[in-house]
Design a protein around this ligand. Structure first.
Ligand SMILES: [Zn+2]
Length: 244
């Protein structure tokens, strides 16, 4: 009998003790837990904010590059220093080279055509076609932001002038009698363009800024290293891609 009572008591005691223990421990651990989750959520919130900030930074700078190319503005005197007389007359005075005389009239060399004035990429050789006009012709511009379109009533008819969006160089006109897929014919002046290899453009991702700062330097460098890396150089051409 006695041993039974002792056993019963001890069972009750153990239960009571463990209950007491639970009371003593669990509120704390619960508090700890809530503290932890609180700080964790704070941390993740802070992380999210950081990421948000970083994300906010990126599109801003990217948007700057894409939608608002830095304008290149120079005086006529400054342009004359870096352009030859024909290039100057065509690009800065809205001139037109004589049909069939431009160096890119019939070239099929692969590459990217850049603005002769500021270096902005304007046309892809893959969109060039033989129009029979004697001027290099393309069915589309490299992208929507590369060129600006201006109504031109100067020749007794309404035409659409095409300008470089960065430096406002006159490039030529666009007509709606081109081939598919666009049906457009960008009739350009060779004198307004500079054909470079795709590789040189890929190697030089910051070329845009560098060129906009100093197109003159770029041209000089190009002339100096023409025999080394200029794809247009007929002497260098080992693949027989020479345009002439
Ligand atoms: Zn330009």
């Amino acid at each position: 009998m006695l041993s039974r009572r002792v056993r019963l008591l001890s069972i009750v005691g153990v239960i009571g003790l463990s209950w007491g223990l639970w009371l003593a421990v669990s509120p704390n651990s619960a508090a700890d837990k809530s503290k932890k989750t609180d700080s964790a959520s704070k941390k993740s919130k802070a992380d999210a904010q950081d990421k948000k900030d970083a994300a906010a930074d990126k599109p801003e700078s990217a948007a700057e590059d894409d939608t608002a190319p830095k304008k290149v503005v120079k005086t006529d005197a400054e342009w004359r220093k870096i352009l030859n007389p024909l290039q100057f007359r065509v690009t800065r005075k809205k001139g037109t080279e004589i049909a069939g005389t431009g160096k890119y009239a019939h070239t099929k060399t692969d590459g990217i055509y850049r603005c002769i004035c500021c270096g902005q990429p304007l046309f892809d050789s893959k969109t060039k076609f033989e129009s029979g006009t004697g001027w290099p012709s393309f069915f589309q511009a490299l992208n929507d932001k590369a060129v600006n379109y201006i109504e031109d009533n100067s020749a007794g008819e309404v035409r659409t002038e095409v300008e470089c969006s960065r430096c406002d160089a006159h490039l030529g006109h666009v007509f709606s009698d081109g081939p598919q897929p666009t049906g457009l014919r960008y009739c350009m002046n060779s004198a307004a363009l500079n054909l470079v290899s795709r590789k040189s453009l890929e190697k030089d991702p910051k070329a845009k800024d560098a060129k906009s700062k100093s197109p003159g330097e770029d041209k000089e460098n190009k002339a100096k290293s023409a025999s080394e890396k200029n794809d247009e150089s007929p002497q260098k051409s080992t693949t027989g891609k020479s345009e002439k």
